[in-house]
Design a protein around this ligand. Structure first.
Ligand code: ADP
Ligand code: ASP
Ligand code: MG
Length: 592
């Protein structure tokens, strides 16, 4: 019999009526002939209330005790849900994470799933029960209760769908699908019919709170189709699958992380691997660095900027202080009041000009960009928090995201294609790894050149002008890595196809001359290495391992850009093969 997973978020079980409505929905699915597993979150804002209670006792509660506390929210709601189903005349059993056999690592408050035993769930289903699983929780090998991180019930649901081979994984929430951006912030946002795993993964980690990012990692790994729907209506919702809604649209959505902090480590001695010490020390505290931008060396020293979620700032600064001492760096600075705005779309990989359009939009609003990072399908910028909402709206508008796919383009209405399931052996290999890091491929591209603008004035609109002029010269820019200069200057490094180097240099030289800046630097032959996988950013430490292995091989990193699904590093062309071998050796244990 086919299994269906139905996950209900906090607002969808906020009171007894909503619990009964959810129970009826599950019973309907059972009556349609499915075995049903419900995954339930804590009621309403109950988790927030528990966190607040802890805060009233102490500012720094032990993580283990936080997990003890937070897991009670879900324990309460699963019991109530089971009672609701009983009251409606069907069999049901509620199970905690530990009773289901969700084994995690021991990183309290953000544990990762290691394994799930399906025996008890299957038995309960075969006995005719609706199984009600507590979301967001598990136990570690010493039977300590763990939780998976805020919003983690989505991950419980998709993980259960994967191990049970479920036919569908339905996520019931308080919006009727995934929108082009948070509809509460931008009312013009449009619901999309479907979205690809890669796009959703990038959007989720860029701040689209509708799905827990790690749940999409699971979905992608195991080919689980996810159906995001409203718990209060029967509207069609959004399918998260392998294929995008419209493959040729450059941008599918925009997102914002409101509370980020930017940290810059100043004056790091420029020797291979020095920056690594910062990465390792932050990773050791289980904090994932977000945007990472490394400066070209000046006077034998480099600056390294990155962002972290605001809640991780205290731990990050402790790590940074240690690293500064160890390295003999000059110090650090930080800005606590920044936000990150990202645009995401599979189509941008093949369409030039997206970066320029985004920068132009912000420039026209007079909004200054502090940091930029790009990946193949995402461009993120850091702006002052006071301008973040305005920036989000403006960018949403520029890319006309409110406009549905053109009439006559009925791709969006096509039936959702079946997900591409991994083969039997591959699935077993993936199941054994559950939430472990998976590296799918490491690629070497030797067809590009690097051009670096030095000391551009850091004025609003300059990035836009630079990219406009390059676009006009017909240049297809691949990676863009600007670095926050000191004072009012920025350096911007780009990679372009080597055959376009002459026109790039021509346009760049004209621009720098007009601005009174030094002429651009370049490297006619660079090697770009792309490490592709799942969980690249959410596994703290991947970037540190990349830097370490390249430093050990005596290779200097000229540029780096990171995203959920890909880390790109640029090294000198002569080092390409050596770097490829070093990375393949480093990640041999994570390659499929
Ligand atoms: P649940 O409790 O059901 O897990 P969440 O609050 O975690 O619900 O997620 C739903 C919320 O996500 C919505 O209310 C909406 O404000 C927000 N959201 C952010 N970005 C998006 C987006 N791109 N599409 C839809 N909702 C979004
Ligand atoms: N109750 C948890 C939270 O509020 C988990 C979840 O809802 O997904 O974060
Ligand atoms: Mg949620």
């Amino acid at each position: 019999m086919s299994i269906i997973i139905q996950k209900f978020g906090g607002t969808s079980v906020a009171d007894s009526e909503k619990i009964l409505a959810a129970a009826r929905r599950a019973i309907r699915a059972q009556s349609d002939g499915h075995q049903v597993v419900m995954v339930v979150s804590a009621m309403g804002k109950y988790t927030d209330r528990l966190i607040e209670l802890a805060r009233q006792i102490t500012d720094d509660p032990p993580d283990r005790e936080m997990d003890m506390l937070l897991s009670t929210g879900e324990q309460m709601s699963v019991a109530l849900m089971a009672m609701a189903i009983h009251s409606l005349g069907r069999g049901a059993i509620s199970l905690t994470g530990s009773q289901i056999g969700i084994i995690t690592d021991s990183i309290h408050t953000k544990a990762r799933i290691r394994s799930i035993s399906t025996e008890r769930v299957r038995q309960a289903l075969d006995e005719g029960n609706i199984v009600i699983a507590a979301g967001f929780q598990g136990i570690d090998e010493s039977a300590n209760i763990t939780t998976l991180g805020r919003g983690g019930s989505d991950t419980t649901a998709v993980a259960l769908a994967a191990v049970l081979g479920a036919e569908a994984c339905e996520i019931y929430t308080d919006v009727d699908g995934v929108y082009t951006t948070d509809p509460r912030v931008v009312p013009a946002a449009r619901r999309v019919e479907r979205i690809s795993y890669d796009e959703m993964l990038e959007l989720a980690t860029a701040g689209a709170g509708v799905m827990h990012g790690r749940s999409i990692e699971f979905a992608k790994k195991f080919g689980v189709p996810i159906h995001v729907r409203s718990s209060s209506s029967d509207s069609p919702g959004t399918m998260i699958v392998r294929e995008p809604e419209t493959p040729d649209k450059a941008v599918c959505g925009v997102a914002m992380v409101k509370n980020e902090a930017r940290v810059t480590v100043l004056g790091i001695p420029d020797r291979p691997g020095a920056a690594m010490s910062v990465f390792f020390r932050v990773a050791a505290r289980n904090i994932a660095l977000d945007m990472i931008v490394q400066n070209e060396a000046a006077d034998g020293r480099t600056d390294l900027s990155f962002t972290v979620f605001s809640e991780n700032l205290p731990g990050t600064l402790r790590a940074v202080e240690e690293a500064v001492k160890e390295l003999g760096a000059e110090g650090y600075s930080c800005d606590e009041n920044v936000s990150k705005i990202s645009v995401v779309g599979l189509g941008m990989a093949t369409r030039p000009g997206v970066a320029g359009m985004m920068f132009r939009t912000l420039a026209e609003k007079g909004i200054n960009i502090d940091l930029i990072t790009t990946s193949v399908i995402k461009i993120s910028v850091v702006v002052a928090r006071e301008f973040a909402q305005e920036a989000l709206r403006a960018v949403h508008d520029t890319f006309e995201l409110h406009v549905p796919p053109p009439v006559g383009d009925d791709r969006a209405a096509l039936p959702v294609p079946a997900p591409i399931k991994p083969s039997g052996a591959e699935l077993v290999a993936r199941l054994q790894r559950m939430e472990k890091l998976i590296i799918e491929d490491i690629q070497l591209d030797r067809s590009q050149a690097r051009v670096t603008f030095l000391g551009l004035p850091d004025s609003s609109g300059l990035a836009a002008r630079t990219f406009d002029e390059l676009a006009e010269a017909g240049v297809v820019v691949d990676m863009i890595v600007p670095s926050m200069g000191r004072g009012k200057r920025v350096d911007i490094s780009l990679t372009v196809p080597r055959e376009q180097l002459p026109q790039t240099l021509k346009a760049a030289t004209e621009l720098t001359a007009a601005l009174g800046c030094p002429p651009p630097e370049h490297n006619p032959s660079v090697a770009k290495l792309s490490v592709l996988g799942v969980g690249m950013r959410s596994h703290a430490g991947v970037v540190a391992r990349i830097f370490q292995s390249l430093a050990d091989a005596g290779t200097n990193v000229e540029m780096i850009s990171t995203s959920e699904v890909c880390v790109n590093v640029v090294v000198d062309g002569r080092d390409g093969q050596k770097a490829l071998t070093a990375l393949k050796t480093e990640f041999a244990d994570a390659m499929l």
